[in-house]
Ligand binder design. Structure first.
Ligand code: ZN
Length: 202
């Protein structure tokens, strides 16, 4: 589910051009970024189902992917964005960070606790869309395509807006070219991240 999160970041970039793209990308993946050191130290673990692969894992990310843990990480990310940029960026970054948990909730195989460390042994959450790999892959492709298309439209629009009245007949060929390049690059990256995701690298 790497690509789907990135797709959302691209879509948000289209409507919130002020926040840097890298910050949007990092915040959609923040929970998984926090997961890496905990995975390496064995605090959180991955349990493959069969041969593993796309969506075939029970993920014991009891801290980073607990509801309260995700809320805390999102609040911290939002707070940092508020200090670095402004309030609006803080809301965007905080919500985007938490969107990771919501998207994961749809696909995860009921392995997400409510409290960190599964304290209190409450029921584990997850709507298990990964049990239907074709359906969850299709949903992820839709997210990726929406992100790519929205991003493409936004950069094209912006490059047209930048063309000065004097060269409106020939609206800034170089900035249009740059916009095409940015849009294409983003689409390729999104598709690649989906491919790597699907074949079990992500
Ligand atoms: Zn995750």
């Amino acid at each position: 589910m790497f690509a789907g999160h990135f797709g959302l970041a691209a879509a948000v970039k289209a409507v919130e051009p002020k926040v840097p793209l890298w910050a949007l990308m990092v915040s959609t993946q923040l929970l998984d970024i926090a997961f890496v050191p905990l995975l390496l130290t064995g605090v959180e673990t991955l349990e493959p189902i069969g041969d593993g692969g796309y969506g075939a894992n029970i993920i014991h990310a009891d801290y980073t992917h607990s509801l309260v843990g995700a809320l805390l990480l999102s609040l911290i990310a939002g707070f940092i964005a508020w200090r670095v940029w402004d309030r609006r960026s803080a809301v965007v970054i905080g919500s985007l960070s938490f969107s990771h948990w919501l998207l994961d909730l749809v696909v995860h195989r009921s392995d997400m606790p409510i409290l960190p460390g599964n304290y209190g042994d409450f029921p584990l959450l997850g709507l298990r869309l990964w049990e239907l790999p074709a359906v969850s892959a299709a949903a992820e492709i839709v997210l990726v395509l929406c992100g790519a298309v929205l991003y493409f439209i936004a950069v094209m629009k912006r490059s047209r807006g930048q063309a000065s009245p004097s060269n409106r007949v020939n609206p800034g060929v170089s900035s249009l070219k740059q916009a095409y390049l940015a849009g294409t690059l983003m689409s390729v990256l999104l598709v690649l991240s989906f491919v790597s995701d699907y074949f079990g690298i992500g």
